[in-house]
Design a protein around this ligand. Structure first.
Ligand SMILES: *[C@@H]1O[C@H](CO)[C@@H](O)[C@H](O)[C@H]1NC(C)=O
Ligand SMILES: *[C@@H]1O[C@H](CO)[C@@H](O)[C@H](O)[C@H]1NC(C)=O
Ligand SMILES: *[C@@H]1O[C@H](CO)[C@@H](O)[C@H](O)[C@H]1NC(C)=O
Length: 480
């Protein structure tokens, strides 16, 4: 996990405060960066800094917690644009080396398909998810192979005409993953977080197969390279801001009327959290439509324009989490909008798509389990794509077991880890493909306030941020 050091953040915020109290004419623009505290966190935390044109490299960004274990690091191989900082605390030196080589190969596979002019920085950990517990007592954690996510985002919109008029991405501010922002031209100096992608992988899994192993893969084993390539792709932007509230706020949100809405920022203690703002949708969310062509962004317009302001709680602040959720559920139109989005997602398999034809994973064909946190939305439909060139981004590894990654590619008559539809999704988000640079320029959102996200950033100085332990974003799981 990455920890956000309190010192530099507090310093930066006090700078922002003193600047904002100076005369209006000299007040700099405020840029917000949204950091994900760990790969499994469903929340991002806004972090603000004044626009600066003279010192873009003095990054106050998140840095890894101190390395108490072996740290492996090596320069990227010549054909990979991924610079991987690798931690491997719980495995043998040999396993660690095999796992690290898997990361290097995954980086090379992706680099051969996308145009990545600026090297990407990945913080990767291969560790026991079940530490200090017998494997059998690990519960659901024991089936999670790993997870990865963008470490940071910027609110942005394309400024070039490359996207057709009416493109959903041009319509609003969306969270662009830092990994992508770095590849594009943008209109201001940015303070980047140290890492673009954070990734944790489970060394407890007994069925990993490593390409460097002298033994051939067996029927039950999953190629580590397959899972890493899948997860790094999430870190490049296959990521959503949407949450099913009853699965995250399990004791608070309605179970009788499930609904899906953007994640929320908080401050305050874990006993009395206070909601501050809806999170922006991601640039991936912007591309999603239902089968009739209605965009997810359109469903959510009434939600995002609603913001509660309930009576102050015991601390004298409005929007205590419990009352915020209750008042949203009583809001009428905005709540119905979130409910109808949930219905659209779980109405049937393949009820959402990107790029006209590409169906997202929404509900498993054979079991109506509703919205699946970590699986729904950010993966391709399992039954449609598991035996196709688009196999990489289905939510379960089952169909890939027993076959090395590059043999799965060959089996599907593919030429690389992404098929044409997956590549098209990357391109729609803004990635350059096939050696061509992206033609998209970005305008970075400045002085953005959604709800009172900015005031949250200030209050964070003394506040305690909530870690929501439920809900895992962008997880590839083993079906049991
Ligand atoms: C592999 O799968 C077979 C059949 O399901 C099972 O009997 C065997 O125990 C499995 N082996 C391992 C190592 O999990
Ligand atoms: C969508 O599917 C139709 C029919 O299968 C095909 O003709 C068309 O080219 C596809 N469109 C895209 C954008 O892939
Ligand atoms: C791959 O190509 C072969 C030979 O043309 C064909 O028989 C097979 O069905 C194809 N496989 C897939 C998954 O498209």
């Amino acid at each position: 996990m990455l920890l956000q050091p309190a010192g530099p953040l507090a310093l930066l915020l006090s700078t922002a405060l003193s600047l904002s109290s100076s005369v209006a004419a000299t007040t700099p623009n405020i840029i917000s960066r949204y950091d994900r505290p760990s790969p499994s966190s469903p929340n991002v935390i806004p972090h603000t800094f004044p626009e600066s044109h003279d010192n873009p490299d003095s990054s106050p960004s998140s840095s890894p917690s101190s390395f108490q274990h072996r740290l492996h690091r090596r320069a990227p191989t010549t054909n990979s644009q991924f610079d991987i900082t690798f931690k491997c605390p719980d495995s043998s030196a040999e396993q660690c080396q095999w796992a690290q080589n898997g990361f290097e190969r995954a980086g090379a596979y992706i680099s051969s398909l996308l145009t990545i002019p600026t090297q990407l920085k990945v913080h990767a950990t291969f560790k026991s998810f079940c530490k200090n517990k017998p494997y059998d007592e690990c519960g659901p954690t024991s089936s999670i192979l790993g997870y990865a996510a963008p470490a940071a985002y910027f609110p942005a919109r394309p400024s070039t005409a490359i996207l057709k008029a009416g493109s959903p991405l041009a319509a609003s501010w969306f969270l662009y993953p830092q990994a992508l922002v770095k590849q594009l031209r943008y209109d201001t100096d940015l303070q980047f977080a140290t890492f673009d992608i954070v990734a944790d992988f489970n060394s407890d899994i007994r069925t990993w197969w490593f390409k460097d192993s002298p033994k051939p893969i067996t029927a039950n084993q999953t190629d580590f390279d397959y899972v890493i390539t899948h997860e790094l792709t999430h870190g490049l932007g296959w990521d959503t801001s949407l949450l099913s509230f009853d699965q995250v706020f399990t004791d608070i949100a309605s179970k009788t009327t499930p609904y899906v809405a953007p994640s929320v920022y908080f401050h305050g203690s874990s006993g009395a959290p206070v909601a501050d703002a809806w999170t922006f949708l991601t640039s991936f969310d912007a591309l999603i439509k239902d089968t009739k062509g209605r965009a997810v962004t359109d469903y959510l317009t009434p939600v995002q324009s609603w913001w509660g302001s309930d009576a102050p709680n015991g601390d004298g602040e409005p929007n205590g989490l419990r009352s915020f959720i209750a008042s949203f559920e009583a809001s009428g139109g905005p709540f119905s909008a979130a409910e109808s989005l949930s219905k659209a997602i779980v109405a049937a398999p393949k009820s959402l798509r990107v790029n006209q034809n590409t169906s997202l994973f929404t509900v498993a064909d054979d079991k109506n389990v509703g919205f699946e946190m970590g699986s729904s939305i950010t993966h391709l439909d399992y039954t449609s794509y598991m035996n196709s060139q688009e196999f990489l981004m289905v939510p379960y590894d089952n169909n890939g077991r027993g076959t090395p990654l590059m043999d799965i590619v060959k089996r599907n008559n593919g030429t690389g880890v992404y098929g044409p539809e997956s590549l098209q999704i990357m391109r729609s988000m803004g990635w350059g493909i096939g050696g061509a640079p992206s033609a998209i320029d970005l305008t970075i959102g400045k002085n953005i306030q959604v709800g009172d996200a900015f005031s949250l950033a200030i209050r964070m100085e003394g506040g305690v941020l909530l870690g929501l332990a439920t809900g895992l974003l962008t997880t590839l799981v083993t079906l049991v």
